[in-house]
Design a protein around this ligand. Sequence first.
Ligand code: ADP
Ligand code: MG
Length: 267
Amino acid sequence: MSSGGAPLCEMVDGHRRFGAVNALAGVSLSIAPGELLGVVGPNGSGKTTLFNCLTGRLRLTKGQVLWRGEDVTRWPTDRIARAGLVRTFQQSMYFGSGTVRENVVMALDIAHARSGGEHELAIPSDLEGLLAFTNLGPLADSASSILSHGSLRQLGIALALAVRPALLLLDEPAAGLNDAESRELGALLGRVRDSGVTLVVVDHDMGFLMPLVDRIVVLSAGRLLSQGTPAEVRSDPAVIEAYLGSAFTDTSPAAGPGRAPQETGVG
Ligand code: ADP
Ligand code: MG
């Protein structure tokens, strides 16, 4: 976003090594309050490692993570979460036994016990409101173990929203979803952003990501290859060269004329 305000979260020259592998090799990026930032890149380019290092699950081997300008690089992950920086995982996470309603009740209880929720958000903080916001009302009394992939993903987001995050990181939220489920998830993420939660979304599915995001960051082999609006990234020569244009053509109405539609994801 070009609001010019102070960043909510920053990574400054982030490096993360695993033996000989440089999973992050000098990544600097800034997340503005209120934006919906997309992160793309082929498998192994460091997207999940970026999330792990931002949330303190993994330590940077060099560099810094700043939260509202404060150095949180060495903070334990629960302290970072309490400060408002929350992530979901590639796998759906929920309390395996119990109904949808019982899951959300448990998450709200945990959130209240941790006395979070000091952020100004238009996300409902009550059970029925949160169920309705995430379109889970009709499924409230269903066992969570029988939910479709799409509904499980919504439940994961409901549980994350129960703690009233300022910044929510979503790792491949559309993975395994069909087109209708992806569209519904995209609409939900738009509502989450419009309610004041800053979002960073990793995904391979450009058709899912491009229309949704304000800005996009492209990772390649642990480095930041490009960043900008979807249109800027799509026309960046470095991106076109790396991907031969395939992943970035015709995935939104802004795509140029004369290009064939592509279903291809990045990696
Ligand atoms: P992405 O999410 O973009 O697919 P990852 O961040 O998962 O990429 O991985 C980046 C690189 O770091 C890959 O080469 C991966 O094999 C390596 N890597 C990630 N996590 C670990 C780990 N815990 N131990 C060793 N290597 C890892
Ligand atoms: Mg990953």
